[in-house]
Design a protein around this ligand. Structure first.
Ligand code: FES
Ligand code: FES
Length: 200
């Protein structure tokens, strides 16, 4: 469409540049309401002292209560073995143990883990000696890109500690919270079953 020599597109561009509100007054008011919401700065409680016990070491942090355990581990303690995949509790890449139970650290606030024993993949080996589950993952080639592997290993460690059945179907079921986008499941299951043998 054109208005004489001014095209509709050019008119809209000029109107926008001149600050002219295009559209009905009602739409304009709605747009202004949305804009006013978007510019409201986020605010919340400021940093508080949080003491975390990770892999046997105490760490005194000062963080906002909204900080997840995952972000506290990775960004404040530089324990980057724990991975961030989905950041919404669906992939299991962030699995750590809290008092021996596996949790998605992306769904756990760091303050909730105070006074508890947190174990990450960095805390499994004994010096140069790998944990049996870590050794089994290496031996059975239980990974491809490796991104899901720390979460898989933490989940497998908990599975064995929980004394779950270790037939193939059960291992798949009890490891189902850990997604592997590379599809390394056959080797992961083999590794877990082998570790069950060496750990029992
Ligand atoms: S990053 Fe936590 S479940 Fe995916
Ligand atoms: S090894 Fe790549 S996502 Fe599991």
């Amino acid at each position: 469409m054109s208005f004489g020599k001014v095209t509709r597109r050019r008119f809209l561009v000029r109107a926008a540049a001149a600050g002219i509100v295009v559209g009905t007054p009602r739409l304009s008011a709605a747009a202004q309401a949305v804009a006013s919401v978007l510019v409201v700065p986020a605010s919340g409680p400021g940093p508080i002292p949080v003491m975390l016990n990770v892999n046997g070491a105490a760490h005194a942090l000062k963080i906002e209560p909204r900080v997840t355990l995952l972000d506290a581990l990775r960004e404040r303690l530089q324990l980057t073995g724990t991975k961030k995949g989905c950041d919404q509790g669906t992939c299991g890449a962030c699995t750590v143990l809290v008092d021996g139970r596996r949790v998605n650290s992306c769904l756990t606030l760091a303050v909730m883990a105070q006074g508890k024993k947190i174990t990450t993949v960095e805390g499994l080996a004994n010096g140069d000696q790998l944990h049996p589950v870590q050794a089994a993952f290496l031996q059975h080639d239980g990974f491809q890109c490796g991104y899901c592997t720390p979460g898989q290993i933490m989940s497998a460690v908990a599975l064995l500690a929980e004394k779950r059945p270790t037939d193939e179907a059960s291992v798949r079921e009890w490891m189902s919270g850990n997604i592997c986008r590379c599809g390394a499941y056959p080797n992961i299951v083999a590794a877990v079953r082998a570790a069950a043998g060496s750990a029992s």
